[in-house]
Design a binder for this molecule. Structure first.
Ligand code: HEC
Ligand SMILES: [Cu+2]
Length: 340
């Protein structure tokens, strides 16, 4: 539907939206609220369409009446300027109509909304759900799978067709977790746990964006959910659980020493090597598709650029530029490239 496409384009965030024709093919806009990919988002988009439909109908009626009034209320030719039109006072029918009709509409919308809230805003974890702790940080996301022993950052990997129960917290200020094709926004609040859930019905990558202003790099705090089939999810968890093995190459060995001797280790965890918690867990950083909470793609070059000067890529972010020597930088990059 072309109209829906333009609309969803306007409303959605268009993070990956560089080519507008590609984005407008159905199912290709990774952030469209009108292309729900799971039950929670489907319920929400149904209410959005209903509200849009009703308000559009009201708009048509009001604008038509306005048009009629403008045309019929014109000063008849021949009367001098300033002549007042006939004044009409009181009409029980009209007053009754504009009281009863809006009341009925608001009542209907209330009923529908309450039902959708019941379906979307679950109080308890659904049966068979995968439990994930989401911790918002300025300006990246920490994901912990307490029942699987997996900790990762910025890219949430989930099995397709399984409900995912999110326990949402913040390490600093308020954020909001929002992946439009999967679920509505959920506030991320310091010292208070909120919950939400979603289920991805089709395999694919779903994008989103922190939806609560949280400081300098708010716009660079992107969200990414990869829904994969059960077998792929099993092998992903197995790989994430495996400890980072001893670096096979000499240069990576040296990189690990640099990582441990510089401040990297005080801010980052690499399982079995360091336990810093201020920045993203890097135990398997080379298995990710992006860096810096989605601001750039993961590649050896970009990793090098990031470590060399993160402030150049994500100005204001909480990782300082450590001014590594070119040799140290090459070694650290070689080490991190082996953390798959
Ligand atoms: C003061 C704490 C601190 C120090 C020291 C630090 N980092 Fe970071 N690092 C961070 C934070 C915070 C982020 C997240 C930045 C963001 O996305 O906003 C980050 C992000 C990263 C990322 C991107 C991870 C991802 O998945 O997006 C890599 C790689 C990284 N750091 C490597 C290093 C290396 C290598 C060193 C040492 C040379 C280092 N860091 C030193 C805090 C630190
Ligand atoms: Cu934010």
């Amino acid at each position: 539907m072309a109209g829906a496409c333009v609309f969803s384009h306007l409303i959605s965030l268009g993070i990956a939206a560089t080519d507008s024709t590609a984005v407008c093919a159905p199912g290709t806009n990774p952030t469209a609220i009108f292309e729900p990919a799971g039950p929670a988002a489907t319920h929400l988009s149904a209410v959005i369409w209903l509200v849009l439909g009703i308000t559009a109908a009201i708009g048509v009626v009001v604008l038509t009446l306005l048009g009629v009034a403008i045309v019929k209320g014109r000063r008849p030719a021949g009367l001098p300027a300033g002549t007042e039109p006939t004044q009409v006072f009181g009409s029980n029918q009209v007053e009754l109509a504009w009281t009863v009709v809006p009341t009925v509409i608001v009542f209907l919308l209330t009923l529908v909304t309450v039902r959708v809230i019941r379906d979307v805003d679950l109080v308890d974890m659904p049966d068979g759900a995968l439990r994930v702790q989401v911790i918002g940080h300025q300006w990246w996301w920490e994901y912990r799978y307490p029942d699987l022993g997996v900790v990762t950052a910025n890219e949430l990997v989930v099995p397709v067709g399984t409900p995912v129960w999110l326990e949402v917290e913040s390490a600093d200020v308020a954020h909001s977790w929002w992946v439009p094709r999967l679920a509505g926004k959920r506030d991320v609040i310091p010292n208070y746990q909120t919950n939400t859930w979603f289920q991805a019905d089709q395999a694919g990558t779903y994008l989103g964006q922190c939806a609560e202003y949280c400081g300098t790099e708010h716009a660079g705090m992107l969200l990414r959910v990869d829904a994969v089939d059960d077998a792929a999810f099993e092998s992903w968890t197995a790989a994430q659980r495996a400890p980072a093995s001893a670096p096979p190459s000499a240069i990576a060995m040296r990189g690990r020493a640099v990582f441990e001797s510089l401040a990297c280790a005080t801010c980052h965890t690499v399982s079995g090597v360091s336990d810093g918690l201020f920045g993203p867990d890097l135990s398997h950083v080379a298995s990710r598709a992006t860096l810096g909470s989605g601001v750039i793609d993961f590649s050896e070059d970009n990793l090098r650029r990031w470590i060399d000067n993160p402030q150049d890529i994500k100005p204001g972010c909480n990782m300082p530029s450590l001014n590594l020597t070119p040799d140290d930088l090459t070694a650290v990059v070689a080490y991190l490239m082996e953390l798959r």
